[in-house]
Design a protein around this ligand. Sequence first.
Ligand code: NG1
Length: 459
Amino acid sequence: MNATENWDRDELARAEALATELRASKRSTKIFAVRAPGRVNLIGEHTDYSGLPVMPIAIDRSTIIATAARDESMVALRNVNAHFSAREFRIAASIPPYPTGDWANYVKAGFQGVIDHFGKRGVGTDQLRGLEMIVDGRVPTAAGLSSSAALTVSSALALMATNGLTQGALETAQMVARSEWYVGTMAGGMDQAASMLGRRDHALLIHFDPLRVTLVKMPPGAAIVVADSLEIADKAGRVREEYNRRVVECAIAARIIGKALGLENVRVLGDVVRQIENWSAHDIVETLVGSAPERVSFAAASRILNVDEESLREEILGEVRNRIVIDETRPLEILRRARHVLTETERVYLAAKALAAGRLEEMGALMDASHQSLRNDFDASTPRLDAMVTYAREGGAFGARLTGAGFGGCIIALTREADAAAVLDRLERNYYAKLEAEAASRALHTIVHAGPGANVIEL
Ligand code: NG1
């Protein structure tokens, strides 16, 4: 529990400051501090919810929580950022969410994960104590750096710590993998896994179904530059709708391919890949070309699959089908989405090898190809992200791409540490200098380092 080596000096100071505040109201109880980092994804974008691999790093920006148990089942939350107001709610078997967009829903999402998981092991909510917690989040929000996962993971760990619930990190990552569904995003488990399982100086090659991680050492002298476009990737609004739409498109593509190839139990593209030895993206895409039009209506998809529309909706959306609305008048882009996910998966495997061998040029080329595919086949880029990626390359980066869901947010670039200043300088002159000075000054654009995953200490 007291693994302070994962905490840097600033983080420990922040935790102490929060604890002092807590002690003012809770003199005698044990105080725990939790840290959970954000992440950037090096490659493997929009593959996690298809059960296909990703390769992120946990970053050296974290959310910190100081927490102490209470005698009753109420949870009292405060945030050091005055923009996020205090909240109070009760622990229950099914915690109702606040209205969409409320910051504390990410806390509730983490708690619900713990309640469901430990509930299955016989720990009822009547046995859980409430808690008081103060949150200090330093992962930039709405930028594609997973501030939401940092908050969800740290909240889950806070509830576990104050109630004496323990388990391995992999199990916790698995437990919170679907926590974003609570807030209405049909996300995969990459962000939570990266936040839980991060390792200093290592990228994480993460596989799903079942979750497992292979560490890939970052080549010495290589640097990852992150630069925020300041274009808001608002996951509570339009972006969520686009994101969920992509999840549905990929799931339908997978089912059509599965049917054409006579495969069993195909829900996601990963189920196709796992059933074909020596698969290639090209061959699987050809199968799709031969069995359906490039884009289909939801009704046409249900006819091709020979299931009625309501059953298909239920199979794909499951528990969230009453909360998530997919505009069914817009055709579903199954071919281009599947082509991105499958070629991206091939790139992830090549990238893991290139990175492990220190072949930065090759890694950079794969990142470039990933961006092109996200732009052309996944429609997840924006003109501003495209421009930033071009500037990063012109500044000397080996490669650059949008990171996270896209539709705004951040880009990342791979460079040598010695050349990072030139990349940042080019972004400064060609991108930030053209924005309003005040906005540009608060935009994150810096080197990030692969840091350790989440943990809890007792203060
Ligand atoms: P962002 O929006 O960057 O946190 C989202 C999903 C991930 C993954 C990426 C795309 C959430 C919380 N996370 O990341 O699971 O699918 O998009 O690779 O929605």
